[in-house]
Design a protein around this ligand. Structure first.
Ligand SMILES: C[S@@+](CC[C@H](N)C(=O)[O-])C[C@H]1O[C@@H](n2cnc3c(N)ncnc32)[C@H](O)[C@@H]1O
Length: 271
């Protein structure tokens, strides 16, 4: 087994934090446990050798590394409150006030797609009588290419879709050999893209709602606040930021208004 030395551990922690915002300072056992075998299989004898290789910015290597160190755990209708709030507060407001009939939503850290697909289904269901009058644009991003491949395919097991209402399963999936394939009418609303949240956010069209749930748990306080500030700039005035229910944003450090646990709003000043 390839051992992780004290120096290598420090170097690793610094590198991952600087480049990906991921705080691994308390994850020594996880790093060693998840990477050691792989390093050995690559024919390398130390973590330093592996890190030197990573620093060459080989995209595939970095993707594998990030996939190994983060969790992509997600499921349909996760943290239902957000979808309830969307349906009961945000969408009725938009329906009444949004003359452009365009909705811009960002699922940041979308993993294998359950979150953006839930969003698309809930919104489609809400506007079903307005038909195609509304343009629903959901950008779904993640740092990991692996999960995005699964997300783009949009094929899930029966177990994965069990939380969804029966009507959604019928309307929004095609049932093929025990698998559930998301229908093109839902897929068409979503664009999947690789994006590292440490990078600058260029939002040509600002977002009505940003979902960044269960992603910032990896980041330390400073990185998290930097990202929250970037989200604030990317949100429309009056727009929302949804974070995971186990996460918080320090109220005195952010311009967002606190609405509910895990729901924040940008002021309406210029809407
Ligand atoms: C636990 S999943 C959360 C998925 C979904 N948002 C949910 O709440 O169910 C966290 C996702 O964040 C992604 N992630 C971690 N660090 C990231 C970064 N720096 N930029 C973009 N995505 C990142 C991971 O690849 C992973 O798919």
């Amino acid at each position: 087994m390839v051992k992780l030395t004290d120096n290598e551990f420090l170097e690793f922690v610094q590198y991952m934090h600087k480049n990906y915002g991921i705080d691994l300072s308390k994850k020594r056992i996880l790093i060693e446990g998840r990477l050691s075998n792989m390093i050995e299989k690559k024919g390398m004898s130390s973590f330093s050798q592996y890190l030197d290789n990573i620093k060459k910015n080989n995209k595939d290597e970095i993707t594998v590394l990030i996939n190994k160190l983060t969790t992509n755990y997600t499921y349909f209708y996760r943290e239902e409150n957000h979808f309830k709030y969307l349906k009961e507060v945000i969408l009725p407001y938009e329906e009444k006030n949004n003359k452009t009939k365009i909705l811009n939503i960002w699922s940041a850290g979308c993993s294998s797609g359950e979150e953006p697909y839930t969003l698309a289904m809930v919104i489609d269901d809400y506007f079903k009588f307005a038909g195609n009058q509304w343009k629903i644009q959901i950008l779904a991003t993640d740092i990991s290419e692996n999960v995005l491949t699964k997300a783009r395919e949009g094929v899930y097991s029966g177990d994965a879709v069990k939380n969804l209402p029966e009507s959604f399963k019928k309307r929004y999936f095609e049932n093929i050999n025990d698998k559930y394939q998301v229908v093109p009418d839902i897929k068409k609303h979503i664009t999947f893209k690789v994006f590292n949240l440490m990078d600058p956010i260029i939002a040509r069209n600002k977002y009505d709602v940003i979902f960044c749930r269960n992603v910032m748990i990896y980041f330390n306080a400073e990185t998290k606040m930097n990202i929250v500030d970037k989200f604030y700039e990317a949100n429309k005035a009056g727009g929302y930021l949804m974070i995971g229910h186990a996460e918080t944003i320090q109220r005195n450090k952010s311009k967002y208004l606190y609405i509910n646990p895990a729901i924040y709003k940008k002021e309406e000043y210029d809407r």
